[in-house]
Design a protein around this ligand. Structure first.
Ligand code: FES
Length: 116
């Protein structure tokens, strides 16, 4: 399959094991933005690395965003929880405000940032 022109390759799909994450700094609408990918059941989910509660980065350690059971994304600062699949707020001080999704494509073994 042909790679999409004008797209940014983030990493190889094979670099992400199931229920692991990876962070990147990318340009979205010409603005430098920190994002992260999570692989779950062979699907890639991507979000901006900004908690809607206090605009803080979410990760506990570099490339670690999930709770102990690896069931939800959890903010390291005050413990807000978000669904992996939708980024919806599931509890905590996020007060119903979810994560901002980032569009990505997977073509063969490459994960691309989708150009908007
Ligand atoms: S900054 Fe994430 S819960 Fe407060």
């Amino acid at each position: 399959m042909t790679k999409k022109p004008n797209s940014t390759i983030l990493c190889k799909l094979s670099e992400l094991n199931d229920l692991t994450s990876k962070t990147f700094n990318v340009k979205i609408k010409r603005k430098s933005t920190d994002i992260f990918l999570i692989r779950k059941n062979n699907h890639i989910y991507a979000y901006e690395n900004i908690c809607p509660h206090a605009q803080a980065p979410l990760e506990w350690n570099p490339d670690e965003f999930l709770d102990e059971k690896k069931e939800t994304i959890i903010c390291a600062l005050h413990g807000a929880r978000f669904s992996i699949e939708e980024g919806d707020c599931l509890g905590g001080p996020c007060e119903g405000i979810g994560l901002t999704a980032v569009a990505v494509d997977v073509i063969n073994d490459d994960i691309f940032l989708t150009k908007s």
